[in-house]
Unconditional design. Structure first.
Length: 121
């Protein structure tokens, strides 16, 4: 049936504001212009749905230079040591690659040290 959001908390963090785009100059040359794109990390704390369910479900979203969604990928992370390490590593890599990240977990953000550092908790 999916995750039931009976109780949720939202944390948003500004992670890495950077994006480059091309702009025409009066001389009709293309030059790189740096513009700011806010990379977002959302954390929703949910109620546990099933004892054997995932530790977290994470949605990664990439955008074009025109702020159009290019791709969305959703992964589930098992509630074990490998899942925990993969979750923290994947989220850090995604944020450093300018992807937006949305995390659903029945754990508090403080349970994830690397993720907690990105959040304003």
């Amino acid at each position: 049936m999916g995750l039931l959001w009976l109780r949720w908390k939202l944390s948003e963090a500004l992670v890495r504001p950077f994006r480059s785009s091309l702009q025409k100059t009066p001389q009709t040359e293309l030059t790189a212009k740096k513009t700011v794109r806010t990379v977002r990390l959302y954390f929703y704390e949910t109620e546990e749905v099933a004892a054997d369910g995932p530790m977290a479900v994470v949605r990664y979203t990439s955008y074009s230079a025109l702020e159009e969604v290019l791709a969305v990928r959703q992964l589930s992370y098992l509630d074990d040591e490998e899942g925990f390490e993969s979750l923290e590593r994947d989220v850090a890599e995604a944020l450093n690659s300018s992807l937006d990240v949305l995390i659903y977990s029945d754990r508090e953000p403080t349970a994830f040290p690397v993720i907690k550092d990105y959040l304003e908790v």
